[in-house]
Design a protein around this ligand. Sequence first.
Ligand code: ZN
Length: 75
Amino acid sequence: MNHHIFTKFKIGSTDQCPCAAGAMTAEPILQTCPLNKFLRKRFWSQPTSLQNKLFGCLDDLRRTATFARETQTTI
Ligand SMILES: [Zn+2]
């Protein structure tokens, strides 16, 4: 995520998401970022909490990891 890489490691020129809606953190990537809207719908056809996506069962975590890989995001 740009936010983590930028603030912790001082790598890159910004922590902002390319959609310009704010910092690129786990929550907008997994829940609201318009750039990932269609991919999110493919992975989670029903509304799913951030808690489940990050701290759910093994299947939840596998789905989140695959989503992150497809969005080329490091979470
Ligand atoms: Zn975004």
